[in-house]
Design a protein around this ligand. Structure first.
Ligand SMILES: *Cc1c(COP(=O)(O)O)cnc(C)c1O
Length: 822
C-alpha cells in the first residue's frame, strides 16, 4: 500500500524542500537494506552511535530520492530532483506516519507485550487464526521504537487482523508505541527480569507495559500473577478483562487441569460455563502459559473450542533463528525456518546479501509457496521476483504449485518443483557447489528435510553462538560509556574468544564498532580476505609479517624500539608512508610496552621518519577486575595519562588514548579516555562479578549410547569411574581433544541432560566421555549441554580454578560453530 509524498509531508508535519512527485511503498532506516530506491522513503535517524544523515549521499547515488531529515544537507542544490522532509525528530516522524496508517484500519488488532513469549504468542496466534483471516503481523521480533512502526506500516488493504508485539527497555517508551499499534485486544504475556536495567522496579516496568492497553476492548493476562493483576487494577482501564486463572474458579477463564505426559500436555478449561479441553505437543511451562494466552484470544474472537483444539494440537515450535551452517561441497547454508511470508523473506535475503565475504559465490534461494498472504498470486510473485532480482540472487529453486506457476517471472537461473519430495528426488541438490544457499519454506513444506540433506555432518558436538546476545552485550558496555563519542575496540583475538572470528567480526562491523583487534597478522589477514573492512589492530605483530600488515592495512601495536626500527625499515623498503601504529606503554603489567620514561626518545625517533604515525597510545591494566588492586590500578592510570600527554605534546594530530579492558570500563569510568577495549564482556562474562551477562556460547552434544552398569563394575580408563550403585551410564562424543578439560572428570563437574545435572564419571577420554544419568529421564540422541544458558561457563572455570577466558578459548577447532540470530 503506498502513500504519496504530499500526504506524508502533512502527516509528519514536515517542512518540505523539493517538489518532485513520489509514491512511497518502502520505508528504510538502515541504508544497507535498500532494495527499491525509487519507491523508498529514507528516515535519517540519529542514534547514540550513528547518524543516518551520513548515508544520504550514498543513497542518492543509488537512486533514493525521498528523505526525512532533521538537518538539510549543506549542498542541497546537488540533489535537485529529491524531496527532503525537514522535521525536528525523524524517529517521531516515522512513528507518526505509522500511527496514521494504523488509523486507516478499522480491524481488530492484537497488541502483545511482556518480558518473554511475545514472539511465540504472536506466531501461535497466527497459526491458530490465520486460515480464515488475512493477518498482518510483526516480522520476526520487530518490537522496538523503530521495529513497531516498520511492522504497522505493513498493514494494507487486505489486512483483516493485525498482530503486533511491543518491547520496551525504558520508561516512557510505551507511550510512543501505543498510538502506533492501538490494540483492540491486549495481551500481557508475563513480567520478568529481562531489560530491567532502566526500571527502578518490576512494578514500574509492569505499569509502563500495561499503558499499551489504554484503549483496548479487552485485556488478556495471567490472573494468578499478583503483580500483573495489581498493575492492571491500578491502571483503572474500563476494558473487559480475561484474566485466566488456575486457582480462582470465579475467573471468566478457569484452567481446571493441566496434565503432562510424554508427548504433550492436555489442558481442561471452563469458559462461559462450558467445559472444554485441548492439547498441545509441548510439555514445558512456558509453552503452556503461552498457549493459555492464545486460548483466551481465540475464545474472545469466537473461534469455536473444537477448532481451537484441532489447531492447538498442531502448533509448531517457533524457530526464530536465522542459522548459518556449513554445507556439503563447500556450500554455506542460511537456514531460515521462520514462517515464509514476504516481510521475512525480505529480511532473510537482506541477511544473505550482506554476507560480503560471499560476494563472489553464487547465491541460491530455495523458496516454497508463500501461503496466506491475501494477495493474488500473480501480484505476490511479481513482488517476490522483484525482490529476488534486486537482492542479487543468482538462482532460484521454487517449491510448490503457486510459485511454479509464476516461474516465468524469475529472470535468473531457475528450477521449479511441485513438492519438496519432487525436489529431493530430482537430485539437483547434490549438484550445489560452493554456493550460499538460503533455505526458506512455509512449515507445510517441511524444508528441514532439505537442510538435513545439505548439511555437512562431521561431529555431533557443536558450539552455538548467539549473535543477538553478542550485540546485547556490546550495547550493555556501550551504555556504560560516559561520553557518546568514546570509541571502542572489540577484541576478536583467539578466534573471538573461541566464538569464531569471522561471524563475530561481521556482526560487530554491522554494529559499526570503531576497531577490531586480533593477536597476530594472519588472523587479521583472514578477516580481510573474508571481507571485513573495519580498522584492525594487531596486538602481537610479528617482524616476519609486516608485509601482510601493509598489504591488508592491519595496524600494529608497537611496544619497543626494536620493533619500531624493524617496522620503519620494512615500511621504507616498501615505500609505505604514514602507516598507523598503536603505541603501547608498560605501566605496571610488565608484559610488553615502552617504559613511560621512553616518551621523549620515542617522540624524537618518530619525528625523524615518515613511514609510521601514532594513531593511538595505550596501556593495559593488570588487575582492574579486583578491588584489592584498586590503588595499583589508579597508579597505572596516572602513569599512563602522564606518558600519553608527553607523546601527544610531540604531535599536532590527535592521538587516541585507551587503557580500559572490560572490567576497567565498568570500574574506572573516569579512565575511559578516548577509547576502550572490550573483550570478555562481549562474550557474556562480567569479569568483576564472574556472573553472566547475555550468554553467547553454548557447547552442546548428544548422547551416543546408554547402558546399565552394575555397582561392582567401573567406567573408563584406569578403572577410575567407581560406582556406588547400579547405574545408567551415557557416553557422549566430547573429550579433552574437543576442549573438555580432563580435570572435570571423576565427578568434579557435571553437564546438563534435559535440564538435570549429570556428573562426569571416570576419566574424560580424548574424544568421548561418560556421564551418570541414573536419575535422569533420557534416551540416546538427547541433547547434552556442556556449558550454556543454564550452566554458565564460569561454573566450569571455578571448578578448574581458572578463568572463563581459558575455558572459552579451549574449545577446539574441530567443534563445529553454528551461528544464529533471532
Ligand atoms: C585481551 C585484551 C583486552 C581485553 O580484555 P578483557 O578482560 O577480555 O576485556 C584488552 N586489552 C588488551 C591489550 C588485551 O590483550
Amino acid at each position: 500500500m503506498s502513500s504519496n509524498i504530499e500526504e506524508i509531508t502533512l502527516v509528519t508535519g514536515a517542512e518540505r524542500h523539493g517538489n518532485a512527485s513520489a509514491q512511497i511503498d518502502w520505508i528504510l532506516t538502515d541504508s544497507r537494506s535498500l532494495c527499491f530506491p525509487e519507491e523508498t522513503l529514507f528516515f535519517a535517524l540519529k542514534t547514540k552511535r550513528n547518524d543516518g544523515h551520513k548515508y544520504i549521499d550514498d543513497l542518492y547515488t543509488r537512486g533514493v530520492r525521498n528523505f526525512v531529515v532533521s538537518t538539510l544537507p549543506e549542498n542541497i542544490a546537488r540533489y535537485a530532483d529529491a524531496n527532503f522532509l525537514l522535521v525536528a525528530d525523524p524517529l517521531k516522524a516515522l512513528q507518526k506516519l505509522a500511527a496514521r496508517r494504523r488509523e486507516q484500519f478499522d480491524v481488530p488488532v492484537i497488541g502483545i507485550t511482556g518480558s518473554n513469549g511475545k514472539t511465540v504468542v504472536k506466531e501461535w496466534l497466527y497459526q491458530l487464526l490465520s486460515p480464515e483471516r488475512i493477518i498482518t503481523r510483526s516480522p520476526r521480533s520487530y518490537n522496538s521504537q523503530i521495529g513497531v512502526p516498520l511492522s504497522v506500516w505493513l498493514m494494507n488493504e487486505h489486512t483483516e487482523l493485525g498482530i503486533f508485539e511491543a518491547g520496551i527497555s525504558e520508561m516512557g517508551e510505551m507511550e510512543s508505541l501505543t498510538p502506533i499499534i492501538r490494540p483492540t485486544i491486549g495481551v500481557l504475556t508475563n513480567i520478568g527480569w529481562a531489560h530491567q536495567e532502566n526500571f527502578s522496579s518490576l512494578q514500574d516496568k509492569c505499569m509502563e507495559k500495561v499503558q499499551l492497553f489504554k484503549d483496548c476492548d479487552v485485556i488478556i493476562y495471567n490472573g494468578d500473577n499478583e503483580l500483573i493483576s495489581s498493575c492492571i487494577a491500578k491502571s483503572l482501564f474500563t476494558a473487559r478483562e480475561i484474566a485466566w486463572s488456575m486457582k480462582d474458579s470465579e475467573r471468566p477463564l478457569f484452567i481446571e487441569k493441566i496434565q503432562k505426559d510424554d508427548t504433550g500436555t492436555t489442558i481442561k478449561y471452563r469458559y462461559l460455563g462450558f467445559f472444554k479441553e485441548y492439547r498441545i505437543p509441548f510439555i514445558d511451562d512456558a509453552s503452556i502459559e503461552n498457549s493459555l494466552n492464545c486460548l483466551a484470544v481465540a475464545l474472545y474472537l469466537m473461534v469455536s473450542p473444537e477448532l481451537i483444539a484441532e489447531r492447538m494440537a498442531r502448533l509448531e515450535p517457533i524457530a526464530m533463528r536465522l542459522e548459518v551452517k556449513e554445507g556439503k561441497n563447500g556450500c554455506v547454508l542460511i537456514n531460515d525456518s521462520y514462517n515464509s511470508d514476504f516481510a521475512s523473506l525480505d529480511i532473510a535475503l537482506d541477511f544473505m546479501a550482506r554476507r560480503s565475504e560471499d560476494k563472489h559465490r553464487k547465491r541460491t534461494l530455495i523458496l516454497s509457496d508463500i501461503l496466506e498472504s491475501g494477495q493474488t498470486s500473480k501480484l505476490l510473485y511479481r513482488q517476490v521476483a522483484d525482490l529476488v532480482h534486486s537482492r542479487g540472487v543468482n538462482r532460484i529453486i521454487g517449491v510448490g504449485k503457486e510459485i511454479s506457476e509464476s516461474a516465468s517471472r524469475f529472470e535468473i537461473e531457475k528450477s521449479f518443483f511441485r513438492s519438496t519430495s519432487e525436489l529431493l528426488e530430482s537430485g539437483i541438490l547434490n549438484g550445489l557447489r560452493n554456493e550460499v544457499v538460503l533455505i526458506k519454506g512455509a512449515r507445510a513444506f517441511h524444508f528441514d528435510t532439505i537442510t538435513d540433506l545439505l548439511e555437512l555432518k562431521v561431529h555431533e558436538t557443536i558450539l552455538e553462538i548467539n549473535l543477538n546476545a553478542l550485540v546485547d552485550n556490546l550495547n550493555h558496555y556501550r551504555n556504560k560509556l560516559k561520553r557518546q563519542d568514546t570509541k571502542m575496540v572489540c577484541m576478536v583475538k583467539a578466534s573471538a574468544y573461541g566464538a569464531g572470528s569471522f561471524e563475530v567480526a561481521k556482526t560487530l562491523e554491522d554494529q559499526r564498532v570503531d576497531y577490531l583487534a586480533v593477536a597476530v597478522a594472519d588472523e587479521g589477514a583472514d578477516l580481510r580476505k573474508a571481507g571485513i573492512q573495519s580498522s584492525i589492530i594487531i596486538m602481537n605483530p610479528e617482524v616476519t609479517a609486516f608485509h601482510t600488515m601493509f598489504d591488508y592495512k592491519l595496524e600494529p601495536e608497537v611496544y619497543s624500539f626494536h620493533l619500531l626500527e624493524e617496522l620503519i625499515k620494512a615500511a621504507e623498503r616498501e615505500g609505505v608512508t604514514n602507516f598507523p601504529i598503536h603505541v603501547k606503554i608498560d605501566t605496571g603489567m610488565h608484559r610488553l610496552g615502552f617504559a613511560p620514561e621512553d616518551m621523549s626518545r620515542l617522540v624524537e625517533r618518530l619525528h625523524r621518519q615518515s613511514a609510521v604515525i601514532p594513531r593511538s597510545v595505550f596501556s593495559h591494566l593488570a588487575g582492574s577486575d579486583d578491588a584489592r588492586f584498586d590503588a595499583f590500578t589508579r597508579r597505572q592510570i596516572e602513569t599512563f595519562e602522564a606518558a600519553a600527554a608527553e607523546l601527544q605534546a610531540g604531535f599536532n594530530h590527535k592521538i587516541l588514548r585507551h587503557i580500559c579492558n572490560t572490567a576497567g570500563i565498568e570500574r574506572y569510568p573516569g579512565a575511559q579516555f578516548d577509547m576502550v577495549r572490550l573483550g570478555i564482556g562481549l562474550y557474556g562474562v562480567d569479569p568483576f562479578t564472574n556472573k553472566m551477562l547475555h550468554n553467547v556460547t553454548t557447547l552442546k552434544t548428544t548422547i551416543l549410547q546408554i547402558r546399565d552398569v552394575p555397582a561392582e563394575e567401573t567406567v573408563g580408563y584406569s578403572r577410575k569411574g567407581i560406582l556406588n550403585r547400579d547405574s545408567r551410564i551415557a557416553a557422549i562424543p566430547i573429550g579433552y581433544a574437543d576442549g573438555l578439560n580432563r580435570h572435570l572428570g571423576n565427578g568434579h563437574a557435571y553437564c546438563l541432560v534435559n535440564g538435570q545435572k549429570a556428573p562426569y564419571v571416570g576419566n574424560i577420554c580424548m574424544d568421548v566421555c561418560m556421564i551418570d544419568v541414573t536419575d535422569i529421564d533420557c534416551k540416546e540422541g538427547d541433547k547434552v549441554i556442556i556449558f550454556g544458558d543454564d550452566l554458565p561457563v564460569t561454573v566450569l572455570s571455578d571448578i578448574l580454578e581458572t578463568i572463563p577466558y581459558e575455558v572459552l578459548t579451549s574449545v577446539s577447532n574441530r567443534v563445529k560453530r553454528i551461528y544464529y540470530q533471532d
